[in-house]
Structures are given as structure tokens and as C-alpha cells.
Design a protein around this ligand. Structure first.
Ligand SMILES: [Zn+2]
Length: 528
């Protein structure tokens, strides 16, 4: 147990075992900002007294926070592995409840304290960043994340919906509609400050509150991109040589010719690029749970716990001999190598990926790199030289179809939230169609698909830049040191903007993606 000079809430050892959120009596909040700002730590350093006091404040506040979060992640992993494990479920919800409670009930006090520190002057760049980071977590607001969670998860719980939901059942659609309605109702009670009105629906609310993006502006840009790509995609669809394998993304059946499992293939790919997945596992730094099991959550993700790079987990439901599973594993291992490469010397507040779009961009880079560089898996996929040429020719088509599929998913999701409540039932058929054709991820993270689109841009931007830096050398010689030195080693100490600018020479741009679109357009014109 740590020293607790500010009477912060003390961890009650039994929290996870409680199903209800702990009451105020267990969490006495007696934080007094005045006491903190006059506190003079004993250690010597180059920090000003105010900065030294802030460091103390930061450590006490965040050690407790990270401790709860870390335990929550562990419990979450155990619970998602086996959702009949009621002890793990209780622990997971216990820790998450405690974390929420901590944030909500300390919000006003922490914000007041942060203001004091700001007035006192924080000049150190790292401390300034930490100050901002903490301010983002502990907001003084009437908004209660715990309450919102209840609303957006719907009655019976969100996980229940995903787990039991057969997408073609009426019950699933009914539940889905119920959830959308409840979310929209909630959003319409919240004020869009800049526009001086209530939010139109939950989708608009989520864009603003979580990503700080204005929905209307965002879609003005997207409309243009869609207009550009849509006709090309429909022209591609007419070609009978292509299979639709992932929400409209086209693939050529050629790369199915292999007896190896996606796990073996993916691990080989990473080994050739410089990362030994098995070695991380053997050293205990990486935990893999890759295959379906009864009672396992049917999603795929990667967990980035606080003590990465020592403790990274990949969770998947991969199937044998399935191209989609290869894509998924490449993607999740991509997240994993980012987190496994973070320097241990970084402060906990900096030990993570720089932005969500950037880690998704890295994951996307690995996801389909074997289609851009088929030589990497020549033996694994039993490819002839002719196959390799074919895959290279095919890649732009894959990329454009993937881009369109991604845009299409974003519009589908937006539509779901925009159907007026009184028409939700009426347009059941249309809605059913949209819901059945959309990924279950939507329910959990509305708007998140836009991150994937940004990630597609980042991934192609990074790839172009890596190729340029590689020159005549094969990508396998340069990719690891380039990513490690220019991205991974910084953790959160550099922003996504700074990283992209310093590494590729420009901020986030669709230029690289559009180059591929133009390539496909030109080849289609030639065929005509
Ligand atoms: Zn991802």
C-alpha cells in the first residue's frame, strides 16, 4: 500500500467482490487543493516547487487509477475468455465501477487542484502533457460516465446482446432498435455547446464528445471521397474473378492455396519483418488466446495494459485456413508489437500508443503488407513467381474495394442513428438489412469505423514513406528499425501529428490512398 498524504480514496481490498458500486462511505473524498499547492516535497531537482508538488499529486492520483485499470484489464481478459465465469465478471465490473466512481467523485476536486497547479506555472514539457492528460480523464462536469454506460449498454447488457444475438433473428433487430432509441434519447438531453442546441442523435454526440469532431463537417469531406470511389468500386464488382470476403472487400482466391494455419503464417510474416512473436510469449511478455471456445466473446482485440511492454494480450477467434483470420492476426500482432516496443523507461502516462488512429494505422500496415509484398510469404503461401505478380497487380483493387467497403460501413452506421424514432419500426426491413450487413463492433464503439478510415490513410502514408526510405533494400531490412526509432520509442511523448510530420514529411493525408485509387481508375480505363 502506498503513502497517501492527501487523504485520497484508499483502495478497499474487497471492491471487486462487490456487485454494486461502492458507496461514499468507503471512498471518503477529502482532497484539499490548498494543502497540495503549499506542499513542499523533500527531494531536490530542477523542477520548481510548484512542479514538484504537481509530481506528487500526479503520482498519488494516477498510481491508484492505473492500479484499478490494470486489475480491470486482467479481469476483463479472464471474463471474455469465458463469459460463464461469474467471478471474473464480478471482478471486471467491480473494478470498472470503482474506476468510474473514482473519476466521477474526484472530478471537481482534481480539476480545482489542476487549476491551482496551472496558476502556479508548469513549464516542463512532460509535466504539461501529463497535466493535460489528467485533466481529460478527470473532468468537472454534470455528465456522469457511469450513467451513460448504463444507457448505451441497454437493458440486459451489451455483451449479452452481442453474445446471444443471431443477426438474422427478429429479437436481435428489436434489441438493436431499442438500444439506438435509448442512446438517441440520451443524446438529445445533452447540449452541443458550440452550436447552442441539443444533439440531433447519439452519433453526432459521440463524434463530438469522444473524438471532438463535428459530424456535419466530417461528412462533407467524406461525401467527396465517396463520390470519387463509388463508381470505381461498382465497376470492380462486375468482375467475376473476385470474391467478396470482408464486408465488400474484394480478394482473389489465389492466396487460399496453403496448408499452414493463419497463426503460423502470421508469425512467419512478423519474424521476417524482425519481430519474434513466440519469443515474446516465451519470455512472458505476451499472452495469446487465439482460437474460439464455447463461452468466449466472439470479438477480436488487443489489450494495452498499463505495464506494457511487459504484459500485452492478444484475444482472437481465429479459424484455421481462413484468409480473414490471417488478416485479423496480422492486425492484432501489429498492435502488439507497437506496445511491446514501448520503452520501459517512459512514465506510465506516456507508455502507450500516441493515438488510436496511429495504432490502428500500424495494425493496418501489417494487416495487408503481404499483399503489397507477397515475396515475404512466398514459401508460406506456396506462391509461384506468376502468383506474386498477380497479387501485386491485384493489391490496388483490394485496397480500393476495402476503402469503399469502409466508407460504406460508416454511412450505414450513420443511417441507423438518423432514422427518426417514429420510423424505426416502420423501416424495420431496411434497418434489418443495414444491421445484418454491418459489423458488431458498431454497437460497442459508435463512430469508431471513422478511426479505421483515418488508419487506412496513415497505413498507406507510412508504407509509402518506408518504401522511399528503403530505396533498393527489401522492406524486411528497414521496417523494424524505422518504426521503432520514429514511432514506437516515443509512446505518447509525441502527438500523432508530430510523428507523421517528422516521419513522412506531412500530416495525415489521403494522398497515398488516392494514388492507389487513380492507379485502379487508370487500369479500368485501359480495359475499356
Ligand atoms: Zn485494431
Amino acid at each position: 500500500m502506498q503513502v497517501n498524504p492527501y487523504n485520497f480514496p484508499v483502495v478497499h481490498q474487497n471492491i471487486p467482490k462487490q456487485q454494486k458500486k461502492p458507496s461514499n462511505s468507503i471512498y471518503p473524498i477529502r482532497l484539499n487543493p490548498m494543502v497540495i499547492s503549499t506542499y513542499r516535497p523533500a527531494f531536490k531537482g530542477t523542477y520548481t516547487p510548484n512542479e514538484q508538488a504537481f509530481i506528487k499529486f500526479r503520482n498519488v492520483l494516477m498510481d491508484f487509477y492505473f492500479d484499478l485499470q490494470q486489475k480491470g484489464y486482467e479481469a476483463q481478459f479472464a471474463y471474455y475468455r469465458d463469459m460463464s465465469n461469474s467471478k471474473a465478471k464480478q471482478e471486471y465490473y467491480g473494478y470498472m465501477g470503482a474506476l468510474n466512481f473514482y473519476i466521477i467523485n474526484s472530478g471537481d476536486n482534481v480539476s480545482a487542484a489542476l487549476k491551482e497547479f496551472e496558476t502556479g506555472g508548469i513549464n516542463d514539457k512532460d509535466l504539461k502533457r501529463h497535466h493535460n492528460h489528467i485533466a481529460k480523464i478527470f473532468k468537472p462536469t454534470s455528465f456522469k460516465p457511469g450513467k451513460e454506460e448504463e444507457i448505451i449498454n441497454g437493458e440486459g447488457g451489451l455483451n449479452q446482446l452481442i453474445l446471444n444475438g443471431k443477426k438474422d433473428s427478429d429479437e436481435y433487430i428489436e434489441k438493436y432498435i431499442e438500444l439506438i432509441k435509448a442512446r438517441n434519447e440520451f443524446a438529445r438531453t445533452q447540449t452541443y455547446e458550440e452550436k447552442g442546441r441539443k444533439f440531433k442523435n447519439y452519433y453526432e454526440y459521440k463524434f463530438k464528445s469522444e473524438y471532438d469532431v463535428d459530424l456535419d463537417n466530417h461528412f462533407k469531406k467524406l461525401d467527396k471521397l465517396k463520390e470519387r470511389v463509388e463508381p470505381i468500386y461498382f465497376q470492380l464488382l462486375e468482375n467475376p474473378d473476385f470474391d467478396n470476403y470482408y464486408y465488400g472487400t474484394l480478394i482473389k482466391p489465389i492466396i487460399f492455396k496453403t496448408g499452414k494455419s493463419p497463426e503460423e503464417i502470421s508469425k512467419t510474416l512478423f519474424k521476417k519483418l524482425g519481430w519474434d512473436i513466440d519469443d515474446y510469449v516465451n519470455k512472458g511478455n505476451l499472452e495469446l488466446d487465439l482460437y474460439p471456445n464455447p463461452n468466449k466473446l466472439p470479438n477480436t482485440w488487443n489489450i494495452s495494459p498499463i505495464d506494457s511492454p511487459n504484459n500485452v494480450k492478444v484475444f482472437a477467434n481465429a479459424k484455421d485456413n481462413d484468409i480473414e483470420s490471417l488478416r485479423l492476426l496480422n492486425h492484432e500482432f501489429g498492435h502488439a508489437v507497437y506496445e511491446l516496443s514501448l520503452p520501459k523507461t517512459l512514465h506510465k502516462l506516456d507508455r502507450g500508443y500516441s493515438s488510436t488512429s496511429l495504432t490502428e494505422g500500424i495494425a493496418k500496415l501489417f494487416e495487408d503488407i503481404y499483399l503489397k509484398e507477397p515475396e515475404l510469404l512466398k514459401e508460406e503461401l506456396e506462391l509461384t513467381n506468376e502468383d506474386i505478380e498477380q497479387i501485386k497487380d491485384f493489391y490496388p483493387i483490394y485496397a480500393v474495394s476495402h476503402l469503399y467497403a469502409s466508407i460504406d460501413q460508416i454511412y450505414k452506421e450513420k443511417n441507423i442513428y438518423e432514422i427518426p424514432d417514429n420510423e424505426l419500426k416502420k423501416s424495420n426491413e431496411e434497418l434489418k438489412h443495414i444491421i445484418q450487413e454491418s459489423s458488431t463492433q458498431y454497437i460497442e464503439n459508435p463512430g469508431y469505423h471513422n478511426i479505421y478510415l483515418a488508419a487506412d490513410m496513415i497505413s498507406s502514408q507510412l508504407y509509402d514513406s518506408i518504401k522511399e526510405k528503403a530505396g533498393e533494400r527489401p522492406i524486411s531490412e528497414v521496417i523494424k528499425p524505422l518504426l521503432a526509432e520514429n514511432i514506437f520509442k516515443y509512446g505518447k511523448t509525441k502527438t500523432e501529428k508530430e510523428i507523421l510530420k517528422d516521419f513522412t514529411g506531412s500530416e495525415l493525408s489521403e494522398k497515398s490512398l488516392l494514388k492507389i485509387v487513380e492507379q485502379v481508375e487508370a487500369s479500368l480505363k485501359k480495359e475499356e
